[in-house]
Design a protein around this ligand. Structure first.
Ligand SMILES: Nc1nc2c(ncn2[C@@H]2O[C@H](COP(=O)(O)OP(=O)(O)OP(=O)(O)O)[C@@H](O)[C@H]2O)c(=O)[nH]1
Ligand SMILES: [Mg+2]
Length: 346
């Protein structure tokens, strides 16, 4: 997962270290010659602090304070290359610029000696720059579920085939494992076979499914499921919806109707990590139609670039809550910005 992104960040670190090394070597060549070892010994023995020795100390200080810092020029090439690599990896342009600016700010003026010796400076700067764009605050899923009045209704939106239905099944298990009772609602009354698909997951997971005939009103199905949950003291309603393009006005107005009629507690937008910038753009568009509270990035197991994972929160202002990491019911992990950044910079 995100291997290619990790490699790019590692390459940047190496390049900055090399630059620091080269610059320091060039500076050392400009330095005053080492004092005569014999003279130094003699000085130390007699503990004198005058004459030549003083001016040498001064020059050494100057060397340490001024010249041995990383300059903007030294960073230019590595930063340019990293920006190019991020854009190639489908990181959104504004987000890539922010990362580059963050790195420039943190690294200019750092001691070259620390940088070239591979102490954590560069890696830390990368981590901070990433965290700045990934960690946008917003809701914490577990806390939100615990705190809200039951039943908590969660609706899933997104384009076709990205993994909404699979995510609902995975979250059904996730929530049951945490002690909540769950009912599924099939608001995908559009696609043939959608009821059967979700029924199969419900059977496998031993969950109740509320569904209507194909062609029915999705808002009505989810409304029924909420009523069922209230009558039976079920904690969580997970409502599926049909995949749709943001350009499909009919389907988008269905989402608005669900919003109006059901008033879901949370609306989560699902998209594929592999879709990169497209996923980022779609998240913005869906958020405009029916405001989203968070994002589930599916198929992260197949994504080495990490472009959407890095960009989507910063662009939408909504946190990524989960990563889908495979086709099995347990292949879902909570998206913790710090853990992700640690993984990318380890
Ligand atoms: N590798 C991988 N495959 C996934 C993941 N999530 C879903 N899939 C697969 O993606 C395909 C589509 O999943 P669905 O859950 O049917 O997608 P959907 O968004 O509900 O599709 P529509 O209802 O047609 O819009 C299935 O083959 C899933 O097994 C994931 O995290 N990793
Ligand atoms: Mg589906």
């Amino acid at each position: 997962m995100f291997d290619s992104l990790k490699e790019k960040l590692g390459r940047f670190e190496e390049e900055v270290e090399d630059e620091a090394d080269t610059a320091e070597a060039a500076d050392a060549a400009d330095q005053p010659a080492e004092p005569d070892p014999e003279a130094t010994d003699a000085d130390t023995d007699t503990d004198t602090t005058e004459g030549d020795d003083d001016s040498l100390t001064e020059r050494a200080k100057l060397f340490a304070s001024g010249k041995s810092k990383i300059t903007e020029e030294e960073l230019e090439e590595p930063l340019e290359q990293l920006e190019f690599a991020l854009l190639q990896g489908d990181v959104e342009m504004r987000v890539a610029s922010e990362i580059i600016e963050g790195l420039r700010e943190e690294l200019v003026g750092q001691a070259r000696a620390q940088v070239k010796s591979g102490e954590v400076v560069v890696r830390e700067a990368i981590g901070n720059a990433l965290l700045d764009v990934i960690d946008v605050g917003g809701i914490d899923f577990d806390e939100e579920i615990a705190a809200r009045e039951k039943p908590v209704t969660i609706i899933f939106t997104g384009v076709n085939g990205v993994g909404k239905t699979t995510t609902i099944a995975k979250l059904g298990r996730y929530l049951e494992e945490r002690g909540y009772s769950v009912v599924l609602a099939n608001g995908d009354t559009y696609r043939a076979g959608a009821n059967e698909q979700l029924q199969k997951h419900a059977d496998n997971l031993d969950l109740k499914l509320i569904s209507h005939e194909q062609g029915g009103d999705p808002a009505a199905v989810i409304y029924d499921a909420v009523e069922y949950a209230e009558a039976n003291e079920v904690d969580i309603v997970l409502g599926d919806t049909a995949g749709r393009l943001h350009t499909s006005n009919d389907l988008m107005s269905q989402l608005e109707k669900i919003d109006r009629v059901v008033g879901p507690d949370l609306t989560l937008f699902a998209d594929e990590a592999v879709a990169g910038q497209d996923a980022t753009k779609r998240a913005e568009q869906f958020d405009d139609a029916a405001e989203i509270d968070g994002v589930v990035l599916t198929k992260a197991d197949a994504d080495s670039q990490g472009g959407a994972a890095i960009s989507i929160a910063e662009v939408t202002g909504k946190p990524i809550l989960f990563l889908g990491t495979g086709q099995g019911y347990d292949d879902i992990e909570q998206f913790d910005p710090e853990v992700i950044v640690d993984r990318l910079t380890e």
